[in-house]
Each structure stands twice: as structure tokens, then as C-alpha cells.
Design a binder for this molecule. Structure first.
Ligand SMILES: *[C@@H]1O[C@H](CO)[C@@H](O)[C@H](O)[C@H]1NC(C)=O
Ligand SMILES: *[C@@H]1O[C@H](CO)[C@@H](O)[C@H](O)[C@H]1NC(C)=O
Ligand SMILES: *[C@@H]1O[C@H](CO)[C@@H](O)[C@H](O)[C@H]1NC(C)=O
Ligand SMILES: *[C@@H]1O[C@H](CO)[C@@H](O)[C@H](O)[C@H]1NC(C)=O
Ligand SMILES: *[C@@H]1O[C@H](CO)[C@@H](O)[C@H](O)[C@H]1NC(C)=O
Ligand SMILES: *[C@@H]1O[C@H](CO)[C@@H](O)[C@H](O)[C@H]1NC(C)=O
Ligand SMILES: *[C@@H]1O[C@H](CO)[C@@H](O)[C@H](O)[C@H]1NC(C)=O
Ligand SMILES: *[C@@H]1O[C@H](CO)[C@@H](O)[C@H](O)[C@H]1NC(C)=O
Length: 391
């Protein structure tokens, strides 16, 4: 039997990207639009919340910067809120257009993207600049991907947006994953890798860059540092129910704000790849589910087992209760995929999703603007009750 050289095998299976196909596909919008047109709950309440957002208005004006600063470099003031607000607005306006078909929202969304593309040349600041490249890279790329088939987007401006995403964001995403800001692989906590991986996957899809996409997906599966799935899982525990595994993630001993962020970012990574035919959700015995279940259970007030973890800050001997019960959007995606689509037991993710929704505006998952004005309220794109929930 002949062994097919790997480059030939790859060439045979290489297929074009699905568009739109980062967090959402055209098929998703058929389901979403039907729920909205019928006024079904809880979709209609979430849709109403979106239409009331200050970031989803056609009059929204962006504030692009030539250099964005996140974290102090000792010289420049931080100015990055304009980027997270504009990324949230581009995304919310793009969603509003795809559901309402009103092009005034489409025009406002592409105005945000194109004006940043015409202005932004660099992201600076402290090491936190690599959080900006990751978080706002995946968000801007998702907004762009939702607009990819809009006929009103001038092709030069669309190309300029792709160039900005590649040259400013993806180049920093790759640099971080290779070099970790000059530190060893275990220095930066998992969310730093994960936001930069989410960004590369989204930008790879929007710009049809198979190499960028493949490298990032491969890093998630087998990468050497804290955000990659094999390193992120610290310990597995079996609950009394059969087949129910809880996985302690890499930031459990640090705090719950970052532990919940990891779950949300892993959901983004896996959803984007899933829409291109790569099931990262299923990897390592559903590790993303098992780690979300662990986080969900602890954050709704239940106890979970814990194994001491030697972080770069020292030995973390107990789970951290700092920000336990934090209200962070993003678990709708996890519950929808694992519980509703795949029929797996996602009870603790569901419980945390409900905890967040109970403590949020209107009892559903909101997005940027509904969770405070500081950066943490904009880490996730949200509105998952509208966008992911199946039934
Ligand atoms: C959706 O919710 C809004 C706001 O509560 C309400 O006015 C509207 O009638 C609902 N839509 C449908 C089709 O029920
Ligand atoms: C928008 O258009 C799509 C098909 O192009 C349709 O399914 C959907 O119902 C429309 N939405 C509204 C609010 O008219
Ligand atoms: C391209 O984008 C810029 C910046 O938003 C805008 O001023 C310009 O009108 C756009 N060009 C076209 C042809 O739409
Ligand atoms: C595609 O991504 C690869 C890897 O990140 C990069 O080296 C290459 O320049 C990108 N291609 C384009 C056309 O931007
Ligand atoms: C947890 O279980 C999964 C699935 O069996 C396995 O792939 C992974 O290596 C385990 N991780 C740890 C830290 O034991
Ligand atoms: C961390 O602390 C635990 C519990 O006290 C201990 O068992 C373990 O040996 C320590 N690990 C390191 C690397 O010091
Ligand atoms: C939080 O954890 C600390 C350190 O383990 C502990 O002293 C404290 O009692 C805990 N607080 C609560 C409310 O559980
Ligand atoms: C969130 O809601 C739950 C009820 O679902 C409540 O017990 C809890 O105290 C609330 N937490 C916060 C932070 O408001």
C-alpha cells in the first residue's frame, strides 16, 4: 500500500472556507430570524435588548486611533476603550443588519471597520497590548466576517480591513504565541494564548488564509503553552453520575474572573473552527465542556475538588474564591453546543448560564454595554440567547 505524501493529502482535502463562518453561519441566521419573526421567547427578549443597545444604533460613530495603547508603557495614556467599544458596535450592528435586513445598520458596521482600517497602524502599551491584539482581533474579525457578503462594502475598504487584521492584529497574535513577550511558556496564564488563538482563527477565516487558520487550530490541539488544550487541563475528576467529568483548568487557583474568561474564549475558538468542519469541542473527551462544567459548578456556589498547581506566581494550593460568582456572558454558546446540539450533560454550564442571565438585564444574555463600561464587560461578544440557543 502506498503512503500518500502529506502535502498531497492536504492538497486533496483542502476546501474553501464557509462564509460567513466564524461564530455564525447563514444557516444559524435562518434559525435566529425565524425565532425573531415569530416573536419566540427567549429570543425576542434578547433581540429587543440588542436593538436597545447604544452599540447597535445606525448613528453610532467610531473613534479610530492611529496607535491603540492598552496598559501603561510609562509614556502614553491608555486609549483602548474606543477599540473595544467600536468592536462591540461593529459586531452588534452587523448582527442587527443580518436579522432586520435594514442596510443602515450594515453601513454603520462597515463604517466602523473601514475607518479603523484607514487609521490604525499599531497596538502598544504594556504587555497588555497582547490582550488587546487577541480580544479585539477576534471581535473585529467576527464583525468583518458577518459583513463579508454585504454588496455595499467598497472592495478597497474591505481589502483594507483584511490588511489591518493581518498586519496589526494577526502579526501580534503570532508573535505572542511564538515568543510570549520574552517569557517562558508557563509565564502567561491561559487566557492570553486563548484570545490570540481565537483572533488568528477568525482572521484566517475572514481573509481566506488557510495557513493561518491551520496553524492556530493545530496550536489549540497540540500547542506547548497554557492556553492549548493539553496544557490547559490540570486534573480530571469524576462526579457521581457516570460519564460526568469535571476538569480543573489552568486558572482555577488564580481567580474566577479569568477562569470564566477561559471557558468563554475556548467556546469562541471551538465554535469558529466547528463552522469550518473542525470539531475542537470534542477534543480530549470534550475537555472544553468538562472544564466549563468545573467552572460553572464552582461559580454557582458548589464545591469542586482541586489539585495544587505550581503557577509562575508560586504554588496555588486552594481554588481561588476571588470573584467567585462573577457575571460574565458567554456560556449560552457552550450550553447550546454541548447540551442542545450534542445532547451531552451540560448541567453546570446551564446553571452558570442561568446565574448570569438571572443577574443580567432582562434575564437573558446581553453583550457589550450590558456588563459595565470597563474592559471586562466587553471581553465576550454575548447575545448568546439570541444567537446560539436552539430550543
Ligand atoms: C417582542 O418583544 C417586544 C418587546 O417586549 C414586543 O413589543 C413584541 O411584541 C414582541 N414581538 C412579538 C412578535 O411578539
Ligand atoms: C431578512 O431576509 C431574510 C432572507 O433574506 C428573511 O429570512 C428574514 O425573515 C428577513 N427578516 C426580516 C425581519 O424581514
Ligand atoms: C472607505 O472607508 C472610508 C473610511 O470609513 C470612508 O470615508 C470612505 O467613504 C469609504 N469608501 C467608499 C468608496 O465607500
Ligand atoms: C497567511 O498567514 C500566514 C501565516 O500566518 C502568513 O505568513 C501569510 O503572510 C498570510 N498570507 C497573507 C496573504 O496575508
Ligand atoms: C483528562 O481526560 C481526557 C480525556 O480522557 C484526557 O485526554 C486528558 O489527558 C486528561 N487530562 C488530565 C490532566 O488528566
Ligand atoms: C504545592 O503545595 C501542595 C499542597 O501543600 C504540596 O503537596 C506540593 O508538593 C506543593 N508543590 C510544590 C511544587 O511546591
Ligand atoms: C476565600 O478563600 C480564602 C483563602 O482560601 C479563605 O480564607 C476565605 O475564607 C474564603 N472566603 C469565602 C467567602 O469562602
Ligand atoms: C445571581 O443570581 C442568583 C440567583 O440565580 C443569586 O442567588 C445570586 O446571588 C446572584 N448573584 C449576583 C452576583 O448577583
Amino acid at each position: 500500500m502506498h503512503v500518500i505524501p502529506s502535502f498531497l493529502a492536504l492538497a486533496t482535502v483542502a476546501t474553501a472556507f464557509v462564509h460567513p463562518g466564524a461564530l455564525h453561519t447563514a444557516q444559524d441566521f435562518e434559525r435566529i430570524n425565524t425565532h425573531v419573526v415569530n416573536g419566540d421567547e427567549p429570543w425576542n427578549t434578547t433581540w429587543t435588548l440588542l436593538t436597545q443597545s447604544e452599540y447597535a444604533q445606525s448613528t453610532y460613530q467610531p473613534g479610530p486611533k492611529e496607535t491603540v495603547y492598552r496598559g501603561s508603557d510609562g509614556v502614553h495614556s491608555e486609549n483602548y476603550p474606543s477599540l473595544y467599544r467600536d468592536a462591540a458596535a461593529a459586531y452588534q450592528l452587523a448582527i442587527r443588519w443580518r436579522i432586520s435586513n435594514d442596510t443602515s445598520y450594515a453601513d454603520a458596521a462597515i463604517n466602523i471597520l473601514s475607518s479603523w482600517a484607514a487609521t490604525l497602524t499599531e497596538i502598544g502599551g504594556s504587555s497588555d497590548k497582547f490582550l488587546a491584539s487577541g480580544l479585539y482581533g477576534y471581535q473585529m474579525a467576527n464583525a468583518a466576517e458577518l459583513m463579508t457578503d454585504y454588496s455595499g462594502w467598497d472592495s478597497d475598504n474591505k481589502t483594507a480591513t483584511a490588511t489591518m487584521l493581518t498586519n496589526v492584529f494577526a502579526s501580534m497574535n503570532e508573535l505572542f504565541l511564538q515568543d510570549h513577550n520574552g517569557q517562558d511558556y508557563y509565564h502567561y496564564y491561559a487566557n492570553w494564548d486563548q484570545c490570540n488563538l481565537a483572533s488568528l482563527i477568525a482572521i484566517g477565516i475572514f481573509t481566506d488564509n488557510q495557513t493561518m487558520y491551520d496553524n492556530a487550530v493545530s496550536y489549540v490541539r497540540t500547542g506547548p503553552s497554557n492556553g492549548a488544550l493539553p496544557v490547559f487541563a490540570i486534573a480530571n475528576y469524576t462526579e457521581s453520575e457516570p460519564d460526568k467529568v469535571l476538569t480543573q483548568g489552568q486558572e482555577a487557583g488564580r481567580d474566577q474572573g479569568h477562569s470564566t474568561l477561559d471557558a468563554v474564549l475556548l467556546g469562541v475558538i471551538a465554535q469558529q473552527a466547528y463552522n469550518q468542519g473542525d470539531d475542537l469541542f470534542a477534543e480530549y473527551g470534550n475537555e472544553i465542556l468538562n472544564s466549563a462544567e468545573y467552572v460553572g459548578k464552582y461559580n454557582v456556589g458548589q464545591d469542586v475538588p482541586y489539585t495544587a498547581y505550581n503557577s509562575y506566581q508560586g504554588n496555588q494550593t486552594v481554588i481561588s474564591n476571588s470573584s467567585r460568582g462573577t457575571v460574565r456572558p458567554g456560556f449560552e454558546l457552550l450550553s447550546a453546543h454541548y447540551g442542545q446540539l450534542k445532547g451531552l450533560d451540560s448541567s453546570w454550564s446551564d446553571a452558570y448560564r442561568d446565574w448570569v442571565n438571572t443577574n443580567s438585564t432582562s434575564g437573558v444574555e446581553g453583550g457589550g454595554g450590558n456588563y459595565g463600561s470597563t474592559s471586562g464587560g466587553f471581553d465576550g461578544l454575548g447575545f448568546g440567547t439570541l444567537l446560539y440557543r436552539i430550543s
